[in-house]
Design a protein around this ligand. Structure first.
Ligand code: SF4
Length: 252
């Protein structure tokens, strides 16, 4: 069969960890999910610690990925899905991400970017032109907790969030609830207060901390500091959900 796709920047390469052809948790509908390699954060609960370093990933071309993505168009169309780029931190490879999204938009595929927002805003801006939805992980609102959790500073993420509001980019906020770490009421309330005025926030996803990635930390010889931390109780989840709802935010 003749390939009728005309792909821009087809030889542009990127470094990825893996792809998932029918993901259902990273954006609406059925999604082709690309996990990019490389991340400047060191989240204590990271379930993809094997995504940290570029040298552990594999090199792919935009051409290869778009050709693969194109096979799933019928699923995207019937489910309201599309393509999600997550990581790692996708914005470490801005030209690659932009090329993929640009090609997706050319063939009318919905694009979602999952990011920590820890990036120079000017690098991210051209990508956002081809991004339909942003999943913005705001891991904590208290800068000290944020730093303790991620080893980097919170400020770039807040700048990114304000810019998304300014350009009215549809955004879902993601917040991982970790008992004894991200759960102080003033932390949760601070985040809710910060995002509540932004009209572009479609919903907030509160993700309960889990230890499913712990075995990877062990395999890689990293010290998993949250060994003794338990997932949040249903009661704590409800408290946090209710705080966000009390600011008029839609919570999932
Ligand atoms: S931003 Fe994501 S990939 Fe990077 S360390 Fe944090 S949880 Fe892991």
């Amino acid at each position: 069969m003749t390939n009728t796709l005309s792909i821009n920047n087809s030889s542009q390469t990127g470094i990825i960890h893996s792809v998932e052809s029918c993901g259902t948790v990273d954006g609406p509908g059925i999604r082709f999910v690309i996990f990019t390699q490389g991340c400047p954060l060191r989240c204590l609960y990271c379930h993809n610690p094997d995504c940290r370093h570029f040298e552990d990933g594999k090199i792919v071309t935009v051409d290869e990925l778009i050709t693969e993505i194109d096979k799933y168009r019928a699923y995207f169309e019937s489910s309201g899905g599309g393509v999600t780029i997550t990581g790692g931190e996708p914005l470490m490879q801005p030209d690659f991400v932009k090329a993929i999204f640009q090609n997706c938009k050319k063939i009318n595929i919905h694009t979602t970017l999952d990011t920590s927002g820890y990036v120079n805003l000017n690098i991210a801006k051209p990508i956002l032109e081809y991004t339909d939805l942003v999943l913005l992980d705001i891991k904590s609102f208290d800068p000290n907790i944020y730093h303790k959790l991620t080893s980097v500073s919170l400020e770039p993420t807040l700048i990114f969030a304000r810019y998304l509001a300014q350009i009215n980019k549809p955004t879902w906020i993601r917040f991982v609830l970790v008992p004894n770490l991200t759960d102080p009421e003033n932390n949760v309330r601070g985040l809710a207060q910060f995002i509540a005025p932004f009209k572009n926030i479609e919903k907030v996803e509160i993700l309960p901390f889990h230890k499913m990635g712990e075995y990877k930390w062990e395999q890689l010889g990293y010290d998993y500091q949250l060994k003794d931390t338990q997932p949040p109780s249903p009661q704590l989840m409800n408290q946090v959900i209710n705080i966000f709802k009390s600011y008029g935010l839609k919570v999932q």
